[in-house]
Write a protein that binds this ligand. Structure first.
Ligand code: ZN
Length: 232
């Protein structure tokens, strides 16, 4: 059995503009506040802080496999974590990108999917880890947390054309108030999930619209919420 949770801004100790449940150590928040918030996360999910694995996310497509002897003090520079180990929690940190959590029968993965990762194929690379361990994609299910919606995510036209030429399902008919096209990263990802036969669910909330979430596009300097998954 695997379990997954998505955090919001609520319930931490960080001061503005990171208020309050910021879990990221790279955004300028006080190190002690992040440590206390990470301890609070551990308490909430009933695991030790040493059993929770974070990434140094780089908007790429690489996947790190967390093994029994992996050290959670070392955050690999990847955009997906995969494990077969029980009671090791994997964390993806976001503030507009799409947090994707994948459940398999005896494996889990946490994935950071921004527009770059969508194009780079971070989901497909992660799915290959399940397949390599004998898990069919039809045995995998997906949970998607809050991310910036297709009405809010404006990009320059060259970026829009580049992303939608590679992932056509990320196209939208939306134009921002600034007259720029908007991308649907979550819709693009969902099409890839469905093409692989993966059942999915989404919380269907927008980080920019909803003040209960951190949003980089809304606030610039801000914290990160998390998607967390683990095998019991
Ligand atoms: Zn929105």
């Amino acid at each position: 059995m695997s379990r997954a949770v998505f955090t919001s801004r609520e319930g931490g100790v960080s001061k503005a503009p990171y208020d309050s449940f910021n879990l990221a150590s790279h955004v300028g928040d006080a190190a002690e506040s992040v440590m206390l918030n990470r301890m609070e996360l551990a308490k909430r999910i009933g695991l030790s802080a040493e059993s929770i694995f974070y990434m140094n996310q780089v908007h790429g497509a690489e996947v790190a496999e967390i093994k029994a002897d992996s050290d959670s003090n070392f955050a690999p520079s990847v955009d997906a974590l995969f494990t077969l180990e029980k009671r090791f929690a994997l964390v993806t940190l976001i503030a507009d990108c799409v947090p994707l959590l994948l459940h398999g029968p005896n494996a889990v993965a946490a994935v950071h999917v921004g527009r770059k990762g969508l194009v780079a194929g971070v989901f497909q690379q992660t799915l290959q880890h399940f397949i390599k361990h004998g898990i069919a994609s039809s045995e995998v299910s997906a949970e998607i947390g809050a991310s910036i919606c297709a009405n809010c995510y404006e990009v320059d036209i060259d970026v829009y054309e580049d992303v939608t030429s590679k992932v056509p399902a990320a196209a939208t008919k939306n134009t921002s108030q600034n007259g720029k096209p908007c991308l649907g990263v979550e819709a693009g990802l969902i099409t890839l999930l469905e093409r692989s036969g993966i059942n999915w669910s989404s919380v269907n909330k927008c980080t920019l619209h909803d003040p209960g979430f951190f949003s980089y596009r809304r606030d610039g300097i801000t914290g990160r919420q998390a998607g967390v998954i683990w095998l019991e």
